[in-house]
Design a protein around this ligand. Sequence first.
Ligand code: F6P
Ligand code: MN
Length: 367
Amino acid sequence: MTTSPLSQTPRSTLVRYLIEERRRFPEASGELNGLLLDVSVACKAIARIAAFGELDDSGPATMPPPSINVQGEEQKRLDVVTNELFVRMNEWNGHLAGMASEEMEAPQQIPRAYPRGKYLLLFDPLDGSSNIDCNLTIGSIFSVLRAPQSVIDSGRDVRDEDFLQPGAAQVAAGYALYGPTTMFVLTVGNGVAGFTLNPNLGEFVLTHADVKVPVDTQEFAINSSNARFWEAPVTRYVQECLAGRAGPRGKDFNMRWIASMVADAHRILMRGGVFLYPRDTKDPAKHGRLRLLYEANPIAFLMEQAGARASTGRQPLLGVVPTALHQRIGVVFGSRNEVERIERYHHEPAAHDSADPLFAERGLFRS
Ligand code: F6P
Ligand code: MN
């Protein structure tokens, strides 16, 4: 079924939503809106590239052999192409002091040919990239921070430490999802709004106003192939879910794992659930799998704005003070009562301590 372009006109668009949000702040300059619209254009361009799949011929005709990014992970061709798109779509508008991305070791400077602005943009241009080759849902995640005043005043190049702000300092955050439909889900600190791309209009149309996550759920998401590396509170939580109606929870649970965090987060925003990629003992050099600044924090901001909760397991994610640009962290988010339960398990003493004394509740790495 195709939808007539006109049949969508009574609905709000992303542009209208942003203009109406801005009216709540008469002193606002409109720069944030300009920035968010450019991000949304980058996402539309990525949606087209993703939709062409193997047929896509954007970017260089021949790619260099697969490279390893700053995370020690293989960079796919689309990781590189989409990163470039995000940079090019946002470097010229005068709203940014700098950018940082999963795919770039150092911050991206705004070229001297363009004016520099007051915001910092952080992004994961293509989350879930292991799903690219099999035509499963992927997405882009972004976070907007204010640049430190010293950067704005001096117009100097940005440094890693300029980005090391707690998630609570985010001005806006969101993601685009490239699934059966393309969606853009956003918070500017006044709830969460979800927009669906109307391909006829080329516009994001408001389809999910004021998204709210139910406080209870019977659905959890975790990569259980890591079970042997989990800490005791996580093992306890999952075992209790698996025990179902006969167990301590007294109800049966269902499980989902898309392996695109952005898609798992979207499902939770749509119908509730809980997602865990906890800190574990798999690689002692890494304190978790997901990256704090451009994966965990934007999703945490959206979750909290939708009435859900986001945590490291031990403390609210949005309160964590980052120590490195590409820092990894344990992540638990979703339906409030489940996340609070998991935090409780982490704070309960002794009986559920990890076998590994380094990670035990009173151990060296307890945060
Ligand atoms: O960017 C990290 C990521 O791709 C997430 O989107 C996803 O949730 C996770 O990695 C998948 O990890 P795993 O390979 O352990 O399932
Ligand atoms: Mn990612």
